[in-house]
Structure formats: structure tokens, C-alpha cells
Design a protein around this ligand. Structure first.
Ligand SMILES: Cc1ncc(COP(=O)(O)O)c(C=O)c1O
Length: 402
């Protein structure tokens, strides 16, 4: 059939550019050691930065949640799917990040992707004269949210504080929204949030912060980028995900109560979808206890030690380890094929690291995205570092024909 032939030919085009993506089926819980096709691998590719995804206290809370609330919510939040567990989680989240906001409320979403679509579409819908200012390296969900907002979007350069100042200064929009990742998901570096917030306050703009990779890992108490930078402002709209460092699933937006009520009333990705299973919200209460308590602090300290060990041990030629201080530690190789060859060589050695290619990253900047977790031991990170050094030396020798 002609329609199928066209799709097949598109897929062939992806294959020719080494852009076909494949899924591996994992047979064990998410953790540093996983089994794939009956083989045990050391995994450095999940976003389970604190090693909580299979934490016994959290899985026990999840079981308890299903006993208390059953398996599914049965309806959207505004019909009958909003349970006591969702409400309790939202109250806890508002208390957790509230000190950085003014008159804070929080709203739980099924995913971070949906939360980002919700924030940008709902904030933009409030005013026809809206302009969105989006960081060049923002996550796909923010890019899609800005598109769905059907309002002019200006992309400012990565960390381009001066360029943003100029764009905001020349904008005539009455409703300005600046949106940025806090920790860039494919680079691991931090956005200059204090400078961005100062600009937003100067120009009367919202600052939407996507802290998908900071919540739980940054800040003394794991409260994320707002705590790390000690930010306080009514202009902040904060999105944190709960399926990464928090180890469970979903996401939340925290902001001034009026912003949150606007989301409840206007945000289609909140209104027109079945509420997440209440048991997830119940389990997340235990995640928050761990993140905010002594165990969370110990896990963050251990993770920081692993990051230092990684940087100390690397001996790379031709490849570039980015200067990230977070759990995301990319090694830029450049070409798609070489990146996938490096990932395959590591896999042969029993080490699973993701190869990231365009469009997730800009052309010619394909990379290994190494992620470290508090669940890893120093010995496991030593094995990773040795393996990457070996694969790099071997591939560089082959490239040079020596
Ligand atoms: C920066 C960023 N924002 C948002 C998301 C989406 O979150 P979720 O996986 O909960 O949909 C992700 C990753 O998935 C991300 O890396």
C-alpha cells in the first residue's frame, strides 16, 4: 500500500542516518544493576538519580496505597478522580517548595510533559497579548507547550542573559513568559536562574522553571533549583518531576495559588485526562520523607562523590566530557554512528549507557549520556570510567589507523 510504503521509506531514511531508536526490555526493577535478555548489566542511563525507584519503603507505600485506594482513579480530577492521596501530596509539595514562592499551592500531574504543556498554554490563554521567551536548549515538552500556546515565541541563546534582557526590553507584550530548564537534560549544566529571575522581575515577566532534573538532587534538603539558588519570588512558576529523583511517577507545578487555580480551570492537559492512580501519590509521600530527611542528604552527598570520581578518572582523547556537576554527565562524540558504536562497545562490556542523537541534541553533537545515581557504588563508577577510557582509546586508535 502506498501509504505504508511511504512510512517504510521514512524509516529507512532514519536507519541510513544511524537515527533509528530501539527499546531494550528490562526484566528487573530500575536500579544500578538490571537484567536485559537474561544478561546482567551495569546501568548508567536512568534518571533515578537518588536510587529510589525500587526503594523498599517506597514500594511498600505503593502497595499500601493500592490497598487504601485501589488500582486506578477512575476519572479526571474535576469529575471524581481526585482522591485524598492526591490532595495530601499536593499539600506536602506546596509546603516543600513553598518557602521559595508566595502564597504557594501545588498541583499533581500525570507526567512532566503534560505539566509543561499545561503551564504554557494556561498562562498564555490568560492574555491574548502574550509572548514566550524560550531557552535554546529547552526540553521538547517546553518547546511543544510553547507551540501549543499559539502565541509568538522568541528563542534566546543558551544561557544568554544579555540577549534575553534585550528581547524582553523590546517586547510590547503585556504578558511575558520566560521558560527554561533548570538543569539541562542533555548537558547537565545549570541555567543562570538568579540572573533570569532578576530580568523577569525587572521586565514584569513570569519565570517558568522546569526542574525535572533538579528536584530531589539539588539543594540542602533536595528542594531543587529554587533551594540551590535560594530564589524567592511571586513571579516563579515551578515544575518538578516525580518519576526521576523521586523514583515514582508524575510531576507537579507549584506557584502562587492564583496561578494554580488558573491551571485547574484552564489547563487542558490537567482537565481532560484521567487522574494518575492515587497509590502513586501515596507512595510519593514516602519519597518526599526520604528526599527531605537524613537519608536523602546522605544519598546526595554520595552522588556528589561519584560525580567527582568520574571527572577525576576520565582520560579522553577526541571526545569531550562536559563540565557538569550534576548527575547528568554527557560525553560528546559528535557523529551519530561513532556515538552508537561507542554505546555498543560499552554494552558488550556489560555497561549500559544511552547514545543521544539529533533531534534530541543539535546536529554533530551526538553524545553518550551517562547518568550517575546514589544507588551506584564507587567500584561500579570505577568500572564505568575504566571502560569508557578503554573504548575511547580503542576507537581513537582505529580512527587514526594506528
Ligand atoms: C527537562 C525535562 N522536562 C520535562 C520532562 C518530562 O517529564 P516526564 O518524563 O515526567 O513526562 C523531561 C523528561 O522526561 C525532562 O528531561
Amino acid at each position: 500500500m502506498e501509504l505504508l510504503d511511504r512510512l517504510a521509506s521514512n524509516l529507512e531514511g532514519l536507519r541510513e542516518q544511524s537515527l533509528i531508536r530501539t527499546r531494550r526490555t528490562v526484566e528487573t526493577p530500575c536500579g544500578p544493576r538490571v537484567t536485559v535478555d537474561g544478561r546482567e548489566l551495569l546501568a548508567f542511563c536512568s534518571n533515578d538519580y537518588l536510587g529510589l525507584a525500587a526503594h523498599p519503603a517506597i514500594t511498600a507505600a505503593l502497595r499500601e496505597g493500592t490497598e487504601l485506594y485501589g488500582a486506578g482513579s477512575g476519572a479526571s480530577h474535576l469529575i471524581s478522580g481526585h482522591s485524598r492521596a492526591h490532595a495530601a501530596l499536593e499539600e506536602r509539595l506546596a509546603d516543600f517548595v513553598g518557602p521559595h514562592l508566595v502564597d504557594a499551592r501545588a498541583l499533581y500531574f500525570c507526567t512532566g510533559y503534560m505539566a509543561n504543556l499545561a503551564v504554557l498554554t494556561a498562562l498564555a490563554a490568560g492574555d491574548r497579548n502574550t509572548e514566550i521567551f524560550s531557552e535554546a536548549l529547552n526540553h521538547a515538552s517546553l518547546i511543544d507547550g510553547a507551540r501549543l500556546a499559539r502565541t509568538p515565541v522568541k528563542v534566546y541563546p543558551h544561557a544568554g542573559v544579555e540577549a534575553l534582557d534585550e528581547l524582553l526590553g523590546t517586547s510590547h507584550a503585556s504578558n511575558k513568559i520566560v521558560v527554561t530548564d533548570s538543569v539541562f537534560s542533555m548537558d547537565g549544566n545549570l541555567a543562570p536562574l538568579p540572573e533570569l529571575l532578576a530580568l523577569c522581575e525587572k521586565h514584569g515577566a513570569w519565570l517558568v522553571v522546569d526542574d525535572a532534573h533538579g528536584f530531589g538532587t539539588l539543594g540542602e534538603n533536595g528542594r531543587g533549583a529554587l533551594e540551590h539558588f535560594d530564589l524567592h519570588s511571586p513571579y516563579l512558576v515551578y515544575m518538578g518531576t516525580l518519576g526521576k529523583a523521586a523514583g515514582v511517577g508524575g510531576a507537579f507545578v507549584a506557584a502562587h495559588a492564583t496561578v494554580i487555580e488558573t491551571l485547574v480551570q484552564r489547563a487542558r492537559p490537567y482537565i481532560f485526562t484521567t487522574a494518575a492512580p492515587p497509590a502513586l501519590a501515596h507512595a510519593l509521600l514516602t519519597s518526599l520523607d526520604i528526599i527531605g530527611g537524613g537519608e536523602g542528604r546522605e544519598r546526595r552527598t554520595h552522588l556528589a562523590g561519584l560525580v567527582a570520581q568520574w571527572h577525576d578518572g576520565l582520560r579522553l582523547q577526541g571526545w569531550t566530557a562536559l563540565p557538569s556537576q550534576t548527575a547528568i554527565q554527557p560525553v560528546v562524540i559528535g557523529a551519530n554512528e561513532a556515538t552508537m558504536d561507542a554505546a555498543a562497545a560499552l554494552y558488550e562490556r556489560g555497561i549500559w549507557v544511552g547514545g543521544i542523537r539529533p533531534p534530541t541534541v543539535p546536529a554533530d553533537s551526538a553524545r553518550l549520556r551517562v547518568t550517575l545515581s546514589a544507588g551506584h557504588t564507587a567500584a561500579e563508577v570505577a568500572r564505568l570510567v575504566d571502560s569508557i577510557n578503554e573504548v575511547n582509546a580503542h576507537m581513537e586508535r582505529s580512527r587514526d589507523g594506528t
